[in-house]
Design a protein around this ligand. Structure first.
Ligand code: AMP
Length: 471
């Protein structure tokens, strides 16, 4: 199918074609015509599926016609969980709308000066892309007029809820006109997201796009077991010297370890930079710009900071620390294999992390191959637990009570990851906090989102994420 067949304005189609896209993706084929009809939508689609264009193109189509209502406020509002994703959506709007007359897009995100944004928002604006916390700041100051708002998009709604934005989102929605069209995009439409969706949409059409099959096939995944921290570092060094690696994102579990690892890698001669939520917006932008321009070859990042990064040159994702939630694994590996390219995702795991890996395999319904690098073989042979790496098991249905309520010291253990009774920031130390994965005292501090300025609020109890594997 061609973009021209979707009923979009020719100026929008021209911009899409100028971006090099030849045909719409599955989510675009379904969501674009439905959005043009004015229906509310609940869309489950993974990152990398082309979801941004799926909601942005029909919005731009409408913006080519003047608003029937007076006012200067935005006609389209996109809420995103992170600043980086907001900036990416802003860029997408500008790219796809470049042939439209007088299109004004404003990013209202934390980290940038409030007064500069307030000035931009005081002029006529078509699209506002915002993180919830910052938008609330503007709303409280009376800087935004939603009287002519036509479309509200909640992008990566599941992530916004995970990050504790539920109250902000509800407060924002309460200020928008009841006549608006609402489009909710999320990796999952179940649980808290489903309940939010019910409250904020009307007669919504559900569009479920399974993990983009083309993406799944294009990301080669493997695990290397490491005996200890030094072995892990040697494995990383080896992997980063692979000539097939053009650019890599290396994930760590804490901001401190991201900083430390970036310093270590620079010392080893790599063009490495850290990216995490404690950095100010200017530094984050500069780092991402260097990555996009290819000046940075290795980005060492935390989950939240790396969310939404869309740099086609990223050939490898390396999990230096395993993610705490299986769904984060999917988001991490989605940083590679972008825009139809192939990618490699490698996880470095300690022998005692087999349960986490098994949970990831179950979540993704894919077995992950264990790789060994000659000369860097692990000394200990990991005993594979039942079902580990076994395709049949990996695709087995999940028990009703969820997985991973196991041995009390790993992923899925009741007191461990994701059991956020105490809310963000005041959880008990888990992997990578007081202790590194190998038990060394590192003093690594806060998890992302635990400090003021990281553009997140404390998670209310309603947004508690289940323990690893307990979906
Ligand atoms: P998203 O899921 O919105 O993060 O998009 C993932 C990537 O796919 C981005 O790099 C987009 O530029 C790219 N993309 C979006 N639509 C298409 C398309 N129809 N064909 C090829 N690439 C696309």
């Amino acid at each position: 199918m061609a973009f021209a067949q979707l009923g979009l304005n020719p100026l929008v189609v021209k911009a899409v074609e100028a971006s090099g896209y030849t045909e719409p993706t599955a989510v675009q084929i379904q969501a674009i015509p439905a959005t043009l009809q004015g229906t509310d939508l609940l869309v489950s689609s993974q990152t990398g599926s082309g979801k941004t264009a799926a909601f942005m193109l029909p919005c731009l189509h409408r913006l080519d016609q003047p608003s029937a209502l007076p006012g200067r406020g935005p006609r389209v509002l996109v809420l995103t969980p992170t600043r980086e994703l907001a900036q990416q959506v802003t860029r997408a709007a500008e790219t796809y709308g470049k042939f439209l007359k007088r299109l004004r897009v404003v990013a209202a995100v934390g980290g940038a000066p409030l007064h500069v944004q307030a000035k931009l928002l005081s002029q006529p604006v078509d699209i506002v892309v915002a993180t919830p916390g910052r938008l609330i700041d503007h709303l409280e100051r009376g800087r935004i007029d939603f009287s002519r708002l036509e479309t509200l998009i909640l992008d990566e709604a599941d992530r916004m809820l995970d990050m504790g934005f539920i109250d902000d989102i509800e407060a924002i929605i309460a200020r928008t006109p009841a006549t608006r069209q609402t489009l909710l995009f999320s990796a999952t439409l179940e649980g808290v997201v489903g309940r939010l969706a019910q409250r904020v949409t009307k007669n919504a059409r559900r569009i479920e796009i399974a993990t983009a099959p083309e993406n799944k096939a294009k990301i080669e995944q493997r695990i290397h077991f490491a005996d200890d921290f030094s072995h892990k570092s040697r494995l990383l060094d080896h992997l980063l010297r692979d000539v097939a690696l053009s650019q890599a994102v290396v994930f760590t579990s804490t901001k401190k370890s991201a900083d430390d690892l970036a310093v270590q890698l620079r010392g080893e001669g790599f063009a490495a930079e850290a990216l995490h939520g404690d950095m100010n917006q200017r530094d984050r932008n500069r780092t991402l710009q260097a990555l996009r321009q290819g000046r940075t070859r290795v980005l060492v990042a935390t989950d939240v900071a790396a969310r939404g990064i869309d740099v086609p040159g990223i050939s490898h994702v390396i999990n230096f620390d395993l993610p705490r939630q299986a769904e984060d694994y999917v988001h991490r590996i989605g940083r590679t294999g972008r825009a139809g390219r192939e990618g490699i995702a490698i996880s470095l795991a300690a022998h005692f992390e087999k349960r986490q890996i098994r949970d990831i395999e179950r979540y993704t319904a894919q077995a992950i191959r264990v790789g060994v690098i000659p000369g860097l073989e692990p000394k200990a042979r990991p005993a594979r637990p039942e079902g580990f790496g076994d395709k049949r098991r990996a695709t087995a249905p999940r028990p009703a009570g969820g997985y991973g309520k196991g041995n009390g010291n790993g992923y899925g253990a009741k007191s461990s990851f994701g059991d956020r009774k105490a809310g963000f920031g005041d959880r008990k130390a888990a992997f990578g906090e007081k202790q590194s994965s190998f038990g060394e005292k590192t003093g690594y501090g806060h998890r992302e989102g635990t400090r003021p300025g990281s553009d997140k609020r404390n998670a209310p109890s309603g947004t508690k994420r289940r323990a690893y594997g307990g979906y």
